[in-house]
Design a protein around this ligand. Structure first.
Ligand code: SF4
Length: 457
């Protein structure tokens, strides 16, 4: 019992977090930056921060993550990191020749008060940025927000590059939010099936789930190109998937470039995917093609075939707000009961959305934004569940409480597959249900008495 000290009795805490359900802002900024073609992320802070960000992403995506650092020492920590960053920009463009350097700050550089726009301006004036190369920057102090905030800040910095030319390009921007590379592939596949020409950023497909070819490439031949990101200001509209991850960038494109935006939920599950498909169909001015309807029908078929095993099952759910909102709706739509729901990212709207989605479920729901894994565990001790869904940190709770457990979200440090198999869209819904069913039925097989042990389920 690794978590044997977790008490059942809940004491309200105002200033203490135990086992956070989030990680630090720069990790999100770094993941977003990896979705730009030819981009080297740069951590403006100490080497330790950068090593942590890289190792967390490497452990989740099972790929080497390249990133540079301003390597703060005592001097930079006191007097500021401008000299380090200017030297780094010079070195990186000279030695590694990326198209883009995406700089994010850290707790230390933010506390000192380093001014990225001013340092970038100086770098330009001192001709440290070669012609045709790009610098972008996001402020990502980790003492506020979470990795989701950092992701959103870097995506907003991408949107700030957009340049309207006055001539529309006929494309739709899709800002997919923090989903897996496999999910980004699936989103592009759905848009292609409907016949919509899209401009998606960031795009980590092919970057963090690429093949092993035996040939090392510092910058994979994938990701959203900087020209496409700049061209997003000429698109006819933007679909932003997720309020927390993508809305800020979409609203910036709207105000700066007059590209109207719709903020949708991430397309996890039947209803959210329906809304995504409908938005694409509306833009394309077409009907939904048969191949998309076929995929939808398969998901509906699996739900109706296996509904008896989902019905009434109580679920504890933890993850990032955009994912958890869509997943809650999916679980409720198949008559499961998500009763304990936590995200580590702040935002009161999260609790409102969850309460709206679960209001007719007929069960009391515990929901907390800026919550932690400790609280989730206490809720489970007070009202046990049939299933826990969340990232790898849930394994401690699942083991102590002997719960069926589905790994989903970020980070997943102890399993493979998430980079390659989507969980968005109808086909992703099938994958999610298959995973949920697998653990529920394994548990049934384990616990059923011999008289009820069945071959066919
Ligand atoms: S010091 Fe801040 S930015 Fe660096 S690893 Fe820690 S939380 Fe993240």
């Amino acid at each position: 019992m690794l978590l044997r000290h977790t008490p059942k009795e809940i004491t309200e805490r105002s200033a203490l977090m135990i086992n956070p359900a989030k990680t630090c802002q720069p990790i999100g900024a770094m993941y977003a930056a990896l979705g730009i073609k030819g981009c080297l992320p740069h951590s403006h802070g100490s080497q330790g921060c950068c090593a942590y960000h890289r190792s967390t992403l490497t452990r989740h995506y099972k790929e080497p993550i390249s990133a540079a650092t301003s390597s703060f020492t005592e001097g930079a920590s006191v007097f500021g990191g401008q000299a380090n960053l200017l030297q780094a920009i010079d070195n990186i463009f000279t030695v590694y020749e990326p198209d883009v350097i995406a700089v994010h700050t850290t707790c230390l550089s933010e506390t000192i008060g380093d001014d990225l726009p001013q340092i970038f301006d100086k770098a330009m004036k001192e001709k440290k940025v070669p012609a045709g190369k790009t610098l972008i920057g996001a402020q990502t102090p980790s003492y506020v927000g979470s990795h989701v905030t950092g992701f959103s800040n870097m995506v907003k910095a991408m949107a700030a590059l957009a340049k309207p030319s006055g001539k529309k390009n006929g494309k739709i921007n899709i800002i997919p939010g923090w989903v897996e590379p496999s999910d980004m592939e699936e989103i592009k596949k759905i848009a292609a099936m409907i016949g919509v020409s899209i401009n998606m950023f960031p795009d980590t497909s092919g970057v963090l789930n690429g093949p092993l070819t035996g040939e090392y490439k510092m910058f994979p031949d994938a990701g959203a190109s900087i020209d496409d990101i700049k061209d997003s200001g000429n698109s006819i509209g933007t679909l932003a998937l997720g309020e927390w991850c993508s809305a800020d960038a979409a609203r910036l494109l709207d105000t700066k470039c007059k590209v109207p935006c719709s903020i949708l939920d991430m397309p996890f599950g039947l209803k959210a995917t329906d809304r995504f498909v409908d938005a694409l169909r509306t833009v394309a001015g077409t009907s939904v093609p048969d191949e998309v309807m076929m995929e939808r029908g398969k998901l509906v078929d699996m739900i109706s075939d296996m509904h008896q095993y989902f019905y009434g099952k109580k679920v504890a759910l933890v993850g990032d707000p955009d994912q958890v909102i869509a997943m809650t709706e999916f679980l409720v739509s198949i008559d499961m009961c998500p009763i304990h729901i936590v995200t580590g990212t702040p935002g009161k709207r999260f609790e409102e959305r969850i309460n709206e989605i679960t209001k007719d479920m007929g069960q009391k729901v515990n929901v907390r934004a800026k919550g932690d894994m400790f609280l989730l565990h206490q809720w489970i001790k007070n009202e046990p569940v049939d299933l826990i869904i969340g990232n790898s940190y849930c394994k401690y709770i699942a083991r102590d409480e002997d719960l069926p457990y589905v790994r989903w979200g970020f980070p997943i440090l102890d399993r493979q597959g998430h980079q390659h198999f989507p969980t968005v869209g109808y086909m992703g819904g099938l994958r999610l249900l298959e995973k949920i069913l697998g653990v529920l039925l394994d548990r049934k097989d384990r616990d059923d008495p011999e008289s009820k042990f069945e071959l066919v389920l």
